[in-house]
Design a protein around this ligand. Structure first.
Ligand code: PLP
Length: 407
């Protein structure tokens, strides 16, 4: 048996480079984290060789769980497969307002995700003046659209969802209520944000974001029938044999290790730090004159609106990446273009794992400010050009601000 470097030196080299990048850079992508050695060992263990199909013996808790979904989007699709018929109606948060593709995004020209191809989707949105979900509008639209499923949860929303309100709206039209807590499941596990379990019929999640586990998905469901549907049977059947074959046992092993850790006081302290660090970051950004969507954060991420500075997220993402600071460009409410969106999303889970504290996130905010200023200078150098032209300039070896960026 040969090791990776002998079998495939090219892949080996790529992984070494990526490891070095992860070690050197400031990782501020809100959906990323550094999982533990214990999880990595388990994911790379002999469980990867093992096939198994079906489910272990029955357990009796109020909320059941299926740990076999291969990731977050397949988990969501399994829920839809379980409780909806083709072309049934759903309502999720609009993608440009922070929602996720798998919640039913479509454009005027194209049904982009499988969810919008197989189901009829009417998004709800934020109130653009506050940056908070417009629950009044959701209520009015739901009364007209009569969805069968309402989805809470987001990829870029820095506030708690109002689960009691969403429960009321779902009940008023007889809809299921699902929460996709992919981004915040670590925070939910440590009770540092509002708890969706009390109000939702179904809760889905990825396992590799704030929860800090292996890449995978989980679906929690109420044990008692909802709207006449036995969720346990319907969801388990949708996962297998509906959509998947053999589960990834190595991932499930890694998830078990992660969930054991999630019960420790150390994990709870980590999640409290993720939120405290995010507040420190948000406060400093505001002090520095940045505008935040919704004005702040209750969780692990902030969304910065760069449009008041005449700047966009795509250019800032590019320059910061060159300075080994990784974060995402992100749409902000009212944006015209998804390719050149007006904001950036910054998350604290990964660097909190690396040991950064509140005072360090003040420095992170300062570095981001510097990056934005350099981006503004760079934009002036090629004023009036499109993103492609700008990228060419900043990545050319004689980019005049190269030294500044590197320092
Ligand atoms: N749901 C939400 C809210 C997400 O943010 C994401 C991914 O970022 C997903 C689902 C999809 O997860 P995956 O990429 O594992 O399919």
């Amino acid at each position: 048996d040969y090791g990776r470097s002998e079998v495939d030196p090219e892949v080996d080299e790529i992984i070494k480079k990526e490891k070095n990048r992860q070690f050197r850079s400031l990782e501020l992508i809100a959906s990323e984290n550094f999982t533990s050695r214990a999880v990595m060992e388990t994911v790379g263990s002999c469980l990867t060789n093992k096939y198994s199909e079906g489910l272990p013996g029955k357990r009796f808790y109020q909320m059941g769980v299926n740990v076999q979904p291969l990731s977050g989007s397949p988990a969501n699709f399994a829920v839809y497969t379980a409780i909806l018929k083709p072309h049934d109606r759903i309502m999720g948060l609009d993608l440009p307002h922070g929602g996720h593709l798998s919640h039913g995004f479509m454009t005027a020209k194209r049904r982009v995700s499988g969810t919008s191809i197989y189901f009829e989707s009417m998004p709800y949105r934020l109130d653009e003046s506050t940056g908070i979900v417009d629950y009044d509008m959701l209520e009015k639209t739901a009364a007209l659209f009569r969805p069968k499923l309402i989805i809470a949860g987001a990829s870029a929303y820095s506030r708690d969802f109002d689960y009691p309100r969403m429960r009321k709206i779902a009940d008023s039209v007889g809809a299921f209520l699902m929460m996709d807590m992919a981004h915040i499941s670590g925070l939910v596990a440590a009770s540092v944000v509002a708890d969706p379990f009390e109000y939702c019929d179904i809760v889905t999640t990825t396992t590799h974001k704030s929860l800090r586990g292996p890449r995978g998905g989980m679906i929690f469901f109420k044990k008692d029938p909802v709207n006449g549907v036995e969720l346990e049977t319907a969801i388990n059947n949708a996962v297998f044999p509906g959509l998947q074959g053999g589960p990834h046992n190595h991932t499930i092993g890694g998830l078990a290790v992660c969930l054991k850790h999630a019960q420790s006081p150390e994990f709870k302290a980590y999640q409290r730090r993720v939120v405290a660090n995010c507040k420190a970051l948000a406060n400093r950004l505001v002090e520095l004159g940045f505008e935040l969507v919704s004005g702040g954060s209750d969780n692990h991420l902030v969304l910065v609106d760069l449009r008041p500075l005449g700047m966009d997220g795509a250019r800032v993402e590019k320059i910061l990446d060159m300075a080994s600071i990784t974060l995402n460009k992100n749409s902000v409410p009212g944006d015209k273009s998804a390719l050149v969106p007006g904001g950036i999303r910054i998350g604290t889970p990964a660097m909190t794992t690396r040991g950064l504290r509140e005072k360090d996130f003040v420095v992170v905010a300062d570095l981001i400010k510097e990056g934005v200023e350099i981006t503004m200078e760079a934009k002036k150098l090629v004023s009036g050009t499109k993103l492609g032209e700008f990228t060419k300039l900043v990545t050319s070896p004689d980019f005049p601000l190269k030294e500044k960026v590197e320092s």
